[in-house]
Design a binder for this molecule. Structure first.
Ligand code: ATP
Ligand code: PRP
Length: 219
C-alpha cells in the first residue's frame, strides 16, 4: 500500500561502515535500498511510500539520539554505541552485521605496569573503559580521543588502548596486541518506545521482515 508522506515511518540509517550492510538488509526485508535512495544526492531524507518508510541518513554515533527522541521511529546502531551511552530504547533485533569487538590492547612485548600504578588508557569509549577497569578494581586514567587511538601508546600518551577491532590489521600495524575483550559487538535494530505503541502492527511486521532477512545471512 502506498502511504501519504505524513504516514511514513522514519528509519535512521547510519552513514559510514554500517550503510552498505544495513541497506542490503532493508532491501531484502522491504524491497527498498536506502543507500540507493540516498546516494548521489545531498538530500538527507528520502521517502519510500511503497514500503511505508522514510529513510534518513545519520552519522552512526547520532542514530540512537534520533530514535530515543522520536525524530526517527527506527534505526540501526552498533552495540558499542548503545552500551557506551545507555538510552531509553527497545533493541528488538541483533542484525548480525558490523561485527567487531571492543578490546583492551597494549604494545607487543611491553613490560607489565608495577602493581598499584594506574594504567593510562586512550579511548573514545570513556564509559565502557572506565566501567571495565572499575570492575577489576584497577584505577585507570582515561584519556579521551576521537580517532587514531592505536597510535597513542607508541607516542607515550597511553599505556593501553580500548578500541574497536575487526580484522586486527590496525592493531598489528601499530605494534599492539589484544589483552582482553570488553564487549562483542554487532549492529542492533533500535526502536523508539512510543512509536512501538503507536505503530505496533506496522513495526511488528517490519521487525519480523528484518529478522528473516538477517537470519538469511549476507546477500
Ligand atoms: N573496523 C570495524 N569493523 C566492523 N565494524 C566496525 C568497525 N569499526 C566500527 N564498526 C561498527 O560500525 C559502527 C559505525 O562505525 P563508523 O566507523 O561508520 O562510524 P563512526 O566514525 O564510529 O561514527 P560517527 O560517524 O558518528 O563519527 C561502530 O559503532 C561499530 O559498531
Ligand atoms: O581491526 P581492523 O579491521 O583494522 O579495524 C579496526 C579499526 O576500524 C575502526 O577505525 P575506522 O577505520 O572507523 O577509523 P577511526 O580511527 O576514524 O575510528 C577502529 O577504530 C579501528 O581503528
Amino acid at each position: 500500500m502506498k502511504r501519504p508522506a505524513a504516514d511514513l515511518i522514519t528509519v535512521a540509517v547510519p552513514k559510514g561502515r554500517l550503510l552498505q550492510e544495513s541497506s542490503a538488509l532493508f532491501e531484502k526485508a522491504v524491497g527498498v535500498s536506502p543507500r540507493a535512495l540516498l546516494e548521489h544526492t545531498r538530500k538527507l531524507a528520502a521517502d519510500a511510500p511503497e514500503a511505508g518508510l522514510r529513510f534518513i541518513s545519520i552519522r552512526a554515533g547520532d542514530v540512537a539520539s534520533y530514535v530515543e527522541h522520536g525524530a526517527a521511529a527506527v534505526g540501526v546502531a552498533g552495540l558499542d554505541v548503545l552500551r557506551e551511552e545507555p538510552r531509553e530504547l527497545y533493541e528488538p533485533l541483533d542484525l548480525g552485521i558490523g561485527r567487531c569487538a571492543v578490546i583492551v590492547a597494549r604494545p607487543k612485548g611491553a613490560a607489565a605496569l608495577p602493581k598499584g600504578v594506574a594504567p593510562r588508557v586512550a579511548t573514545k569509549y570513556v564509559s565502557l573503559a572506565s566501567a571495565h577497569f572499575a570492575k577489576k578494581s584497577l584505577p585507570a586514567e582515561i584519556i579521551e580521543l576521537h580517532g587514531s587511538i592505536e597510535v597513542a601508546p607508541s607516542l607515550g600518551l597511553a599505556d593501553v588502548i580500548v578500541d574497536i577491532t575487526e580484522t586486527g590489521e590496525t592493531l598489528r600495524a601499530n605494534g599492539l596486541v589484544i589483552e582482553e575483550e570488553v564487549l562483542s559487538v554487532s549492529a542492533r535494530l533500535i526502536v523508539n518506545r512510543v512509536a512501538l505503541k503507536l505503530h505496533a502492527e506496522r513495526l511488528r511486521r517490519l521487525i519480523a521482515a528484518l529478522r528473516a532477512a538477517a537470519s538469511a545471512g549476507p546477500a
